[in-house]
Write a protein of this length. Structure first.
Length: 389
């Protein structure tokens, strides 16, 4: 059955072939959905007939957000740690261990309920595709169940056994790296598409990152990397060297890192929720964009350093504090995220794309940054399914 979404005040297609500018904007637009896919986009008056008609009432419509970086399989929260940090204590990677202990102690049902709650929260704020990492289990059994649970809510599952060295391996970090790249990888790989390493001082160094990525690649997983978040380091170079889909955070970059990204197929995924929630300096988005690097925006949703599922919030931060234009931020949160997940069926609304459409209670998507904190998502179409309004 085909559905005509008509009376769209401003439609962002992210397809320059179908509208104006890099965002492929169409004013007074219509969109036809058929079989879960976009069948047609164009000016309202030219729309073909469809089985059903839905009136947008002049509201703006955009592609569903693609959140390409989230950690949703965990138990508990760290509100107390957040309050302490906001009272002046710095963020350190070791806080992850608090969540590891809670996650190991939780039942499958508790983890599943929390995961589904967060995935539903993300969908309600317009996220139609979300990536989900393991990384709070850090045993063979707990990482395997983490990726299996993640696979229940998304196809974009990332094995992050190399999130932090767990307490029981504090005296033998090399032994933990060996576990990650052998038995833990074997148990997790059947449920995962991606492999990730937290390449950072206090987490995993260059040699460990290389060993784990090589093992993951040999198992058919594609790398994406936590890189250069807390300080300068080898993460971005390793991401590019291994053909990673994305280098994530990119907060502390040398000129050679920017150049490496610009000449590569690796997307720079910026996660301003993390800098916001740790009161840290933001990555230099302008430097990356001006150098020709493809930039994505994602939430980094996790209970320690960025406990938000809201892509509109990240867009507002990117515009206000990272000096991205509203158009750049919207593109990065949709098409950029799709690039970071190497997907060409999402992040845009050209015919053939998945009919993942967000209708905004606003005449223009500029309002996402212009009206921060306001729930502007009026309706979400996922795979052409009727709005959850
Ligand atoms: Zn992360």
């Amino acid at each position: 059955m085909s559905i005509l979404l008509d009376g769209i005040g401003e439609l962002v297609t992210n397809s320059p072939a179908h509208g104006d500018g890099p965002l492929g904007r169409i004013r007074d637009a219509a969109l036809v959905v058929d079989g879960g896919r976009v069948a047609w986009v164009g000016a309202s008056g030219l729309a073909p007939a469809a089985d059903e008609r839905v009136e947008a009432g002049g509201r703006a419509a955009i592609p569903g957000f693609v959140d390409s970086h989230a950690h949703l399989v965990f138990a508990g929260d760290r509100a107390t740690e957040f309050a302490a940090r906001m009272s002046g204590q710095p963020y350190a990677a070791g806080g992850i261990r608090t969540t590891v202990a809670a996650t190991r102690a939780a039942s499958d049902g508790e983890l599943r309920a929390n995961l589904r709650r967060l995935a539903a929260e993300a969908l309600a704020t317009g996220t139609t595709t979300i990536e989900c990492k393991s990384g709070y289990g850090l045993t063979v059994v707990d990482e395997a169940r983490s990726v299996a649970l993640a696979a229940e809510v998304t196809a974009e599952v990332t094995f992050l056994g190399a999130h932090v060295v767990p307490a029981e391996y504090a005296g033998d970090p090399d032994g933990y790296v060996d576990l990650v790249r052998t038995a833990m990888l074997d148990a997790a790989a059947p449920h995962a598409r991606w492999i990730d390493v937290f390449c950072e001082r206090g987490a995993f160094d260059a040699d460990a990152t290389r060993a784990i990525l090589a093992a993951g690649i040999a198992r058919g997983l594609v790398p994406r990397l936590h890189a250069n978040q807390l300080g300068p380091g080898p993460g971005v170079q390793l991401a590019v060297e291994h053909g990673a889909a994305s280098a994530d955070h990119c907060t502390h970059l040398a000129d050679v890192d920017v150049a490496a990204l610009a000449g590569s197929g690796t997307v720079a995924t910026l996660l301003p929720g993390a800098e916001f929630s740790t009161r840290s300096p933001y990555p230099d988005a302008r430097r990356l964009i001006d150098a020709g690097v493809v930039v994505a925006l994602a939430t980094d949703c996790n209970p320690g350093s960025s406990y938000t599922t809201s892509m509109p919030f990240c867009i507002a931060l990117a515009v206000r504090d990272m000096r991205m234009t509203p158009d750049e931020a919207l593109w990065a949160a949709t098409a950029g995220g799709a690039r970071a997940l190497r997907r060409d069926d999402i992040g845009h609304l050209a015919p053939g794309a998945r009919a993942d459409v967000v209708l905004l209670d606003a005449p223009s998507p500029i309002h996402l940054a212009y009206r921060p904190g306001v729930p502007l998502v009026a309706a979400v179409w996922k795979d052409g399914a009727p709005p959850t309004e």
